[in-house]
Design a protein around this ligand. Structure first.
Ligand code: PLP
Length: 399
């Protein structure tokens, strides 16, 4: 018998289908490379992945994962402070801190966890968090959690609007800690946060700047060290959070990077550290190998940048109007959610896997297909994708 809850969920799911916003999961039968084998469809070009440097299939990274598994076993079987800490965690954390320019770092099972850990552990009733309006869902939820747990205040400032932030920080001048949080690269737009401007305002108000660099680590800056390197302020950001699930091998995991005191305090007190298993050692070993690979191969970052420039330029020549930017996130706004999903379905029929995003992930009326370029894409991959965009664009009357 269907429970009342399942009946209600079933009705909502039917409505999603009628509205054309139901998300279908596509299964890959092998590794997620520039081209992958999709169940029931065969080879497709992946143009929708965070595998920016192509490290998810890099032999050195995969091999390190195998070795981590052989050396440390299948899992940590515990939270960090009981018996779930391994030397590979320490090695990884040292490498990550060095990569992003901080004194220390602390790994988490995901960047979602890392973000959740931060304000809810560090702040109290006298404190305030100021968050960019377009920040990632994990930051939004982290603030909701922090407000509920610590009774800190939370304020949203307009996207990338320094004068709005300045006004809101002035209004918060009596708060003990003022924490400003921003994405380094905004995942749905590909926009880059103005870190020099944010640093100036934060210094003026003695506020702490936190940057979630998930889409920038391994991607931005000449050597892939992130948004701070891109802007020439490497080593100046107070706290950086990032993921291991994108450019750095794409497996899973996240981290907080900052001062030694910060990381120690989070080790002592943050609930995702105290009540959830540590990152599996095989994943930590793969991520460490990804960091080492990045440091040894800065040319991978250059290839990513060249591929991005090429694809963006050709897409524009075809008559599409991708959102302006210089990151490998290239969104093409379609408008209606169902239309964006339809476009991604048609592209998939042409053998190109690009996801359509609609409300509530992006604002109503601004649904989009979001292309993500990888250093692993060959010119053939990009040209075939562009041919598919041309065909689908003409069919839908977009170009
Ligand atoms: C900006 C940002 N922060 C955090 C996350 C969450 O990362 P993870 O998959 O490691 O939880 C994502 C993932 O999409 C992201 O884009």
């Amino acid at each position: 018998m269907t429970s009342p809850l399942d009946a209600r969920l079933g009705e909502s799911l039917e409505q999603f289908r009628r509205d054309g916003v139901y998300k279908t999961l596509n299964y890959l039968e092998g590794p997620q490379a520039a081209r992958a084998c999709m169940e029931g469809r065969g080879e497709v070009i992946i143009l929708s992945s965070n595998n920016y440097l192509g490290l998810s299939t890099e032999p050195e990274v995969v091999q390190a994962g195998h070795e981590g598994l052989d050396r440390f076993g299948a899992g940590t079987a515990s939270v960090r402070f009981i018996c779930g800490t391994f030397t590979i965690h320490r090695d990884l954390e040292r490498a990550l801190a060095k990569l992003v320019g901080t004194a220390a770092s602390l790994s988490f099972a995901s960047c979602w966890n890392a973000n959740e850990a931060l304000p809810a552990t560090l702040l109290g009733e006298q404190d305030i968090v100021l968050s960019d309006a377009l920040n990632h869902a994990s930051i939004i939820d982290a603030l909701r959690l922090a407000k509920a747990i610590t009774k800190c205040s939370g304020v949203v400032f307009e996207h990338n609007n320094l004068s709005d932030l300045d006004t809101k920080l002035t209004a918060a001048k009596d708060r003990r800690v003022k924490m400003v949080i921003t994405d380094g690269v905004f995942s749905m737009e590909g926009a880059i946060a103005d870190l020099p401007g944010l640093l100036e305002i934060c210094r003026k108000h003695q506020a702490v700047l936190v940057v979630d660099d998930s889409h920038a680590t391994g991607v931005l800056g000449d050597t892939g060290r992130g948004t701070a390197e891109h802007h020439g302020v490497f080593g100046e950001i107070d706290i950086i959070t990032s993921t291991l699930g994108k450019a750095l091998g794409g497996a899973a995991g996240g981290f907080v990077a900052g001062s030694a005191e910060l990381c120690d305090y989070l080790t002592q007190r943050s609930r995702p550290q105290l009540f959830s298993n540590a990152l599996p050692c095989s994943v930590a070993a793969g991520a460490l190998a990804a960091v080492e690979f990045l440091q040894a191969h800065p040319e991978r970052v250059r290839t990513l940048r060249e591929n991005t420039r090429y694809f963006r330029g050709r897409l524009t020549e075809l008559g599409f109007k991708p959102m302006a930017g210089e990151t490998p996130i290239i969104p093409v706004v379609i408008g209606d959610t169902a239309a964006a999903i339809r476009m991604s379905q048609l592209l998939l029929e042409e053998g190109v896997f690009v996801t359509g995003f609609g409300y509530p992930v992006v604002p109503r009326g601004a649904a989009r297909v979001r292309c993500q370029i990888s250093a692993a894409h060959t010119r053939d991959d990009l040209d075939e994708s562009l041919a598919a965009f041309r065909k689908v664009g003409v069919k839908l009357g977009l170009i």
